[in-house]
Design a protein around this ligand. Sequence first.
Ligand code: DC
Length: 263
Amino acid sequence: MGESANPDVIPATSLRLACTIFSFNLGTQMMSDHSTKFRSSRKLTIAIDGPAGAGKSTIASRLARKLDYVNLESGAMYRALALKAIEQDVSFDDESALVKLAQASRIQLEPVVGGNRTLLDGHDVSARIRERDVTEGASRISVHPKVREWMVARQREMGASGGVIMEGRDIGTKVFPDADLKIFLDADPVVREQRRMAQQKIRREVAADVAAELRERDHRDRTRTASPLVAAADAVVIDSTSLSEDEVLAQVEKLAREKLIRN
Ligand code: DC
C-alpha cells in the first residue's frame, strides 16, 4: 500500500482551503463518489497520525470521498514552509525567522485524489515539496515549538467546522485532542521504506540514502520535545504492515460508521 498522490485534481468547483495570516476560507466540499455515504446531523473530526509511509494520505483521501469530508495533509504545510525557508535562505534552525516567514506566507491545501495539492503564495508546489531537501527541511523545522504553534492554530481553523479528516503526526494529541475518531496508522519500518521507494519511484542508486533519511526523520519526529509523534491514549492503532490499502480503509470506515451511528 502506498501513500502516493495521484495528481488528478478534483475539479475547480471543489473545495479550496486558504490559510493565510489574513483570512481563511472553507468552501463547499464537492468531492464525492458513489460508494457508501454517511448521513449524520454532525460531521465528525477524524485524526489520522503515524509515521511516513504508513499510508495516511491515501486512507485519509479515500475515506474523505466516502464520507464527503475534507482531507487535509498537515505535513504539506510544514513542507511548504520548509520550501520557503530554502528559497529565502532562512536557516532551518532559526525559530523566530521561521515564524516570521510563516506569518508572511500563504499556504493553501486543496484536496485531490490521494492527498492534497499545495499552493505556496499562489504557486503550485505539490511536486517540489516532495523532493529530498524539502522533506529533510520539513522534519527539521517541525521541531520548533513556535513554528508548531503557528501550524496548529491554522490547522484548528481549517478543521473548525468538522467534516474533516486531518492527517499528520500530532493531530490526535495536539491539534484536535477532542477528535471524534483518532487513528494511529503504523507499519514495519522496512515495509514503509519499500512503499516510499515505490511511491516516489526512487532510483536504485539512491535507495539506501533515501531509506536512511526516512529512518533519521522518523527518529527526529518521535523524539523531539515539542509534540513528538506518539499515538494518543484514545487512538485506535492499526498496523498496516500486512494489510492492503482496501483492508485498512475497511477498518477505518467501520470505526467511522460506528461513531456516526452514535453521533
Ligand atoms: O507527513 P509528511 O511526511 O509530509 O510530514 C513532513 C514533516 O512534517 C514530518 O517529518 C514531520 C512534520 N510534521 C509534523 O511535525 N506534524 C504534523 N502534523 C505533520 C508533519
